[in-house]
Design a protein around this ligand. Structure first.
Ligand code: SF4
Length: 198
């Protein structure tokens, strides 16, 4: 059972994703797809791919990056982890393995295989947060020539898509270099998230 099929219910889709082995041969820890969504998720977070900690727990953003992202969004864990409100759909649903300077990029098979089917069941008035360069490359292709700071600084221009840096520890360097992210972008982002969840 793999690949979305016409007439699938949301539960069918969840089960198909959970059973996916499309790129299993390339996954050092094997498939453990992590994606959460519902027909009422008005915030969609498209991140990169699970790390080893998230692979072990099965809980998305279950790490320091997640703490930072929740702070950026002004969300408590209870809301962040409620699929009725917030959907999590990374660019690669499974841990892709290690590279020399961190983890490998998300598996390139994953988004073409699953994203459209998940987007189909989400509400059309959702706000989509593109966290990191891989999500931005897929969903904001017209900005691909810009650097990350330029894409993030265009906050509000490409709604309902919002480009954000990945909230890994390196984002502290980004925030130090670009103080407008904390003073201008984050307050607007929190208000936008509050409005969508109201
Ligand atoms: S990364 Fe995506 S395509 Fe590959 S096995 Fe996991 S769910 Fe399937």
């Amino acid at each position: 059972m793999s690949a979305p099929a016409p007439g699938d219910t949301i539960e069918d889709l969840r089960q198909r994703i959970a059973a996916c082995t499309l790129c299993a041969a390339q996954l050092p820890l094997g498939p453990r797809p992590i994606a959460r969504f519902s027909a009422t998720s008005r915030i969609l977070i498209i991140g990169q791919a699970p790390g080893t900690k998230v692979h072990a727990s099965g809980v998305p953003w279950d790490d320091d990056s997640g703490d930072r992202l929740r702070d950026w969004l002004g969300l408590e864990k209870a809301t962040f982890y409620d699929p009725a409100q917030v959907a999590q759909m990374p660019m690669g649903f499974c841990y892709p393995g290690k590279a020399s300077g961190g983890d490998l990029p998300p598996r390139k098979e994953c988004a073409p295989q699953w994203h459209d089917a998940v987007l189909e069941v989400l509400p059309p008035d959702r706000l989509t947060l593109l966290v990191g360069i891989h999500a931005q490359a897929r969903y904001l292709p017209h900005l691909k020539r810009l650097g990350l700071a330029e894409r993030v600084s265009r906050f509000g221009d490409d709604l309902p898509f919002v480009a954000l840096p990945h909230p890994a520890w390196r984002s502290r360097l980004f925030m130090a270099k670009h103080p407008w992210f904390a003073t201008e972008v984050l307050p607007q982002l929190r208000e936008m998230v509050r409005e969508r969840l109201r």
